[in-house]
Design a protein around this ligand. Structure first.
Ligand SMILES: [Fe+2]
Length: 272
């Protein structure tokens, strides 16, 4: 899958609360939603919602319960009811691609907290047709941080495996490069070996939380992962974890890397 066009300016920016450091240090922030087109949508799918690193909570103005919902619990319904209809008039079937890190502590007084994001996946699953994604380094599914989720269709969790949804082959690897004794950490070699294993599969999309760097722009990531991606036939690589100023980078050999850290990208079918 190739992105044909990605609008430079956000289509809309949604208010939320971002965590600070210390009691009462949270601040209002805006989640940008970008719109783009691709050469080939999955069969029967009208739009794809792609996001990661929603490390905030709903704005007070939307609060309905004692505890502020996670940004990713609040967001799916807003996208389905208020945003997507403005982009695609009849988007009945919408697929979701998630690249991890959807937790923020309830009091918004600590950055980089870890916690259970099962409710975020469920929220996307109840608003949209299917969800495929990977875990970020701050995500847990239940109380054991080492335990992967046990989702039922149409939620599909990936970690060093692939799933075909609506005729689209999606591969995924969870976590970040780091000490494998810790949850959701792997050696760089593990990332590379998984990428090598995809050579005879040639997925349309590769979902990652950590991933390649983009040295031309000074964007953070792992050089050896970027190099190993050269073996594949240019899947659309989607990653989070490190914020890149520009969401879409294309390498010299035509590999596209979409960075959805703290942003949403909505993709629809392009022309030609
Ligand atoms: Fe992360």
């Amino acid at each position: 899958m190739r992105i044909l066009n990605l609008e430079e300016k956000p289509f809309v920016e949604l208010p939320f609360l971002n965590a600070g450091r210390g009691i009462g240090s949270f601040f209002e922030d805006l989640l940008p939603v970008f719109v783009g087109t691709v050469d080939r949508m999955p069969q029967g799918v009208d739009a794809l919602v792609v996001t990661s690193d929603l490390q905030g909570r709903e704005h007070f103005q939307f609060q309905s319960e004692a505890e502020l919902r996670l940004l990713g619990e609040w967001l799916p319904k807003v996208l389905r009811e208020s945003v997507i209809p403005l982009i695609h008039s009849s988007a009945e079937q919408v697929g979701v691609l998630l690249c991890g890190d959807f937790y923020t502590v309830p009091n918004l007084d600590k950055r980089g907290g870890s916690g259970d994001v099962t409710s975020v996946w469920n929220a996307f699953g109840s608003e949209f047709s299917w969800v495929v994604g990977v875990a970020g380094n701050h995500d847990t599914f239940g109380t054991d941080p080492f335990r992967p989720p046990t989702f039922r269709p149409p939620l599909y969790f990936l970690d060093c495996n692939s799933k075909t949804v609506s005729g689209l082959e999606v591969a995924g690897i969870s976590g970040i490069v780091g000490n494998p004794a810790k949850a959701w950490r792997k050696t760089a070699e593990s990332f590379e070996n998984f990428i090598f294993s995809l050579a005879n599969k040639q997925p349309d999309i590769l979902l990652m939380h950590d991933g390649p760097n983009a040295p031309k722009f000074g964007y953070l990531g792992t050089p050896s992962i970027r190099e190993s991606l050269g073996l594949l036939d240019r899947p659309l690589v989607i990653r989070g974890h490190a914020h890149w100023e520009n969401p879409l980078v294309e390498t010299a050999n035509g590999l596209q890397i979409l960075n959805v850290d703290a942003r949403v990208v909505i993709l629809t079918q392009g022309m030609g």
